[in-house]
Each structure stands twice: as C-alpha cells, then as structure tokens.
Ligand binder design. Structure first.
Ligand code: SF4
Length: 293
C-alpha cells in the first residue's frame, strides 16, 4: 500500500481511539555500561568497545536532578534506567528511595532495571512505582541474531512477572537491525497480545564499536510506515517514538504524529544526545496546536 494511504489509515485510528492524548517521557541513565549482556545494538555492553560512558549507580540527589531536567524539557513521566541484566538488593534500595522522591515532587516514576522478581517489584510499588519498562526488542524469530546471552522467552517472562505484580508495562523495541517486515508485524502482534500499556519505538543509531555500528540509518519513509502499522495494529495503546527520531526523521519529525504516534521521548537518550530541549518543546507545541489541544 502506498505510504500516504497507510498513514491516512493510522491517522484515522489515532483520531478515533487516542483523540488528542499525548504522552512525553524522559529518562535518567542511572547506571551506565559494564553490561555482561551482548545486545548487538547497544553501546553499554562490555563486549562492545564503543567508548560510551561507564559509571556505577548514581545517588538519589543526582537521579532527581536529571529527572527535573527531563520534566523541564516537557516529560510527564521519567524512567530510571540501569544497564545490566539485573540489580543487586542494595541498588534496588537506592532506586526505591529515588522513586519515593519522584512521587514527593509530582514526577510520574517509571523504572527499567532489567530482569526482576515479584518481591522486588512489590517493594518498588510500595515506594510509588506504577509502570515498568522492558522491551521485547525485536521478533522472537530474529532475537537470536541480536542477543545471545539471554532469550526472547526470558524477556517475555519478565514482562509477565511485571503484569502479575499489577504494574503497567511499557514495552516496544528497536528497528533497523536487519529485521524483515514480517518480524516487525510479529512484534506488533506480540505487543497487542501482551496487552502492554505503552509502546516505545526506537530506530537504530549505529554506534562505532558495536556489531551493528556499520549499518545504515533507516530512511524516514520506512520509519513512518513502521509507526503507522503499529498504530493500526495496536489501536488505542500509546505509541512513543524514542531513540533515532532525530537522525532518521530529520525535518520530518512532526510526521511521526500524523503516522500514529501520540508521544515521544524528550531530553535525550541513553547513549546518544537528543535534539535539545528547545527543539523538543517547539515540536510538542506545534503538535498540540495542530491537534487542537
Ligand atoms: S540493551 Fe541493556 S541488557 Fe543489552 S547490552 Fe545494553 S544495557 Fe545490557
């Protein structure tokens, strides 16, 4: 189907099901690098000599300071993100204290801490956590070509644990890794079946030193088609465009909202900078105006 027709269908679904609701998220990269996993796209794997920042878990005050900056850039929710497969008990305590401080400051807290037990999720919920992030990353079929140190089933297991704890789950993936359209459609169907509460869409930003560092950046029309297909499949579920928005969409960033997205990440990403707060805020204002909000 021509791209303009797919976009028109997605826009129709967005108007009917999502109306003018918009969601903007920010992140705090609270622990960076030194990761024992081997995700082929990630600059934080210790197997990928990318030169990206390496530091242990930062303290509560610093987490709060970065979160406030994300709120200034337009974020309503801020996720505390840590590298690695999972955190230690002591690290969970620190994140739990930060979540309490978020709640006291009126910031909606999210967390992306890798694999986690029900008991730890309960603990974080009592501190005020309501949503957890854990991507499926790609399709089940393509997953072993991207990561070999854990399985797709491991990721689904964590998502189901989060849901059984009673938390909302934010789960999406990353595109431009060499996956096919069939993989992309399988991802959308999987996320629909999992009844996730929010879907982040990332586009690969190839980073030197990672196994995917030589891949080319996806074209804007391809990215817009992915967003539109996800909107058509996922109906009213919030769809947010995250990393890769700027290098992939360039001057067409506003088009992500016509293609069906109703949110985006603001204030920069884990290992790559964003467009800057001024550009993000201008884009939010422009979309709000055109949606009549
Ligand atoms: S995506 Fe997460 S688990 Fe995978 S290498 Fe990067 S930090 Fe580690």
């Amino acid at each position: 189907m021509p791209l303009d027709e797919v976009i028109a269908q997605a826009d129709h679904v967005r108007r009917e099901r999502v109306h003018g609701d918009m969601e903007f998220c920010g992140i705090v990269n609270a622990k960076s690098g030194m990761c024992g996993e081997d995700c082929g796209f990630c600059a934080q794997s210790s197997r990928n000599p990318s030169g990206s920042g390496v530091y242990p878990l930062i303290d509560c005050d610093r987490i709060l300071q970065i979160a406030r900056k994300a709120v200034d850039a337009g974020a309503q929710r801020v996720g505390i993100v840590t590298s690695g497969n999972s955190l230690t008990g002591k690290e969970i305590e620190l994140v739990s204290s930060a979540i309490k401080r978020f709640s006291e400051c009126g910031i909606l807290p999210c967390a992306s801490l890798g694999k986690i037990s029900l008991e730890r999720l309960d603990h974080l919920m009592s501190a005020g956590l309501r949503r957890y992030h854990h991507n499926i990353e790609t399709s089940e079929r393509f997953f072993p070509r991207v990561v070999t140190t854990h399985s797709y089933k491991d990721r689904i297991r964590t998502i189901l644990t989060v849901k059984s704890a009673g938390l909302e789950i934010c789960s999406g993936g990353i595109f431009g890794l060499g996956e096919t359209w069939e993989d992309r459609i399988d991802m959308a169907l999987e996320l629909k079946e999992l009844e996730v509460d929010s879907v982040p869409i990332n586009f690969l930003v190839p980073i030197e030193g990672t196994p995917m560092g030589k891949r080319t950046v996806m074209s804007a029309p391809e990215a817009l088609r992915i967003i539109a297909i996800f909107r058509i499949v996922l109906g009213k579920t919030p769809i947010k465009v995250a990393a890769g928005r700027e290098p992939v969409l360039k001057d067409l960033q506003k088009m992500i909202f016509s293609a069906g997205a109703n949110g985006m990440m603001v204030g920069g990403y884990l290992t790559v900078p964003g467009a800057g707060d001024t550009c993000d805020r201008a884009l939010i204002r422009e979309v709000a105006l055109s949606w009549g909000r």
